[in-house]
Design a protein around this ligand. Structure first.
Ligand SMILES: Nc1ncnc2c1ncn2[C@@H]1O[C@H](COP(=O)(O)OP(=O)(O)OP(=O)(O)O)[C@@H](O)[C@H]1O
Ligand SMILES: [Mg+2]
Length: 343
């Protein structure tokens, strides 16, 4: 029905803190998942735009009504702005690979969108509505499945995608994962940020800190286990920049991730056919930005000793692994697999 030459395939990883797109024309881009609208006439005059997306939105946040389209693994709904935020973000991503709302002229776009496993259950219809008019064909898959596809871990593997809003786990048994093969936990990067904030505030009550500062400190120095050195940061105390030692707070906040993740990993492995459990234990694949926490792979591997040991590895390209996987699914999908959104 369709001539492949006229079809552009895209894989999109729609994430809470960062989203990425990989296209069959070879282009790849990643953006911070933020959308912002100027708050008033002054902001509009300075920014000269009606809406900002990505890092630009984040950098100008004091002048914007800033939104994250996803929260805790779900597409936000409630206000028209929330719905528009998802649309703006997706449209921006498509624009970055040359098929934005203006630039499609005759090209058919087929998109595979990877979302947190929970969003696949709850927010699918909402996402479909948003994608109408932006693309011609659509497939929505879970993020960990897209990762499994990218690294060719479709059989006897456990994928653990530790993102911002959620950690998504998925056992691959050589077929499309069912709901029972997948789990979503809210213990992920945002949760670590919250814990870290609370701990710092408890120990350094006089310091003024913002969620953005805390996230930056975490991304610079996150670790579990043995510290490489002290984690010293600067925050204002009554307006005066002051050095704080947050080494212990950092360790405690990051280590809080390990027990819930390990417990869920063990739970999922225990449900695999007994003859394959060892293979799965030895093929645990970590993805997502929170794998930047130094030592997280070793800590999770250590936890597997309780069930006989295993092997935990981090993917090579955590930023694009999800969108590359979605693109690979897109190019492999048959005509019948696509949900047609127009024509
Ligand atoms: N070097 C680092 N050390 C620790 N955490 C990091 C580092 N770099 C990024 N992160 C964290 O990784 C998270 C973002 O990861 P990722 O881009 O995989 O999430 P996402 O896909 O947007 O979220 P989700 O999959 O939950 O929707 C954020 O919480 C961020 O602070
Ligand atoms: Mg993600």
């Amino acid at each position: 029905m369709t001539d492949n030459n006229e079809v552009l395939f895209v894989g999109i990883d729609l994430g809470t803190s960062r989203s990425a797109i990989s296209a069959s024309n070879g282009q790849r881009c990643a953006v911070d998942s933020y959308v912002g609208w100027p708050v008033d006439m002054v902001a509009r005059k300075i920014l000269r735009r009606s809406v900002l997306v990505g890092k630009e939105a984040l950098d100008n946040r004091s002048m914007l009504d800033l939104r994250r389209p996803l929260e805790r693994g779900l597409l936000k709904e409630g206000s028209e702005r929330d719905a528009d935020a998802v649309r703006q973000l997706l449209s921006h991503l498509l624009g970055l690979v040359g098929v934005g709302e203006e630039g499609r002229s005759g090209v058919k776009v087929r998109a595979v969108v990877g979302v947190p496993a929970e969003a696949l259950r709850v927010s699918k219809q909402q996402l479909r509505n948003v994608m109408k008019g932006l693309v011609d064909g659509l497939l929505i898959v879970s993020e960990p499945f897209a990762v499994a596809y990218a690294v060719d871990a479709l059989l006897h593997a456990l994928i653990v995608d530790i993102g911002a809003g959620t950690t998504d786990l998925c056992v691959m048994n050589g077929r499309y994962p069912t709901e029972g093969d997948q789990r979503t936990l809210l213990n992920a990067g945002d949760w670590v940020d919250e814990q870290l904030s609370k701990l710092i505030q408890a120990h350094h009550a006089e310091a003024t800190i913002s969620p953005f500062m805390v996230r930056e400190w975490k991304e610079r120095a996150a670790f579990v286990g043995k510290a490489k050195g002290p984690v010293i940061v600067s925050a204002p105390v009554k307006g005066k920049p002051t050095q704080l030692d947050i080494t212990e707070e950092m360790r405690t906040a990051c280590e809080g991730l390990v027990p819930p993740l390990a417990e869920t990993m063990i739970d999922l492995i225990a449900k695999v056919d007994p003859e394959y459990q060892e293979k799965v234990r030895n093929n645990v694949i970590l993805a997502g930005g929170s794998t930047g926490i130094a030592g997280i792979d070793r800590a999770l591997q250590e936890a597997l000793k309780e069930i006989g040991g295993g092997r935990v590895q981090i993917v090579k390209d955590p930023v694009f692994v999800g969108s590359d996987g979605s693109l690979a699914i897109a190019t492999d999908a048959d005509d019948v697999d696509w949900e047609k959104l127009s024509g």
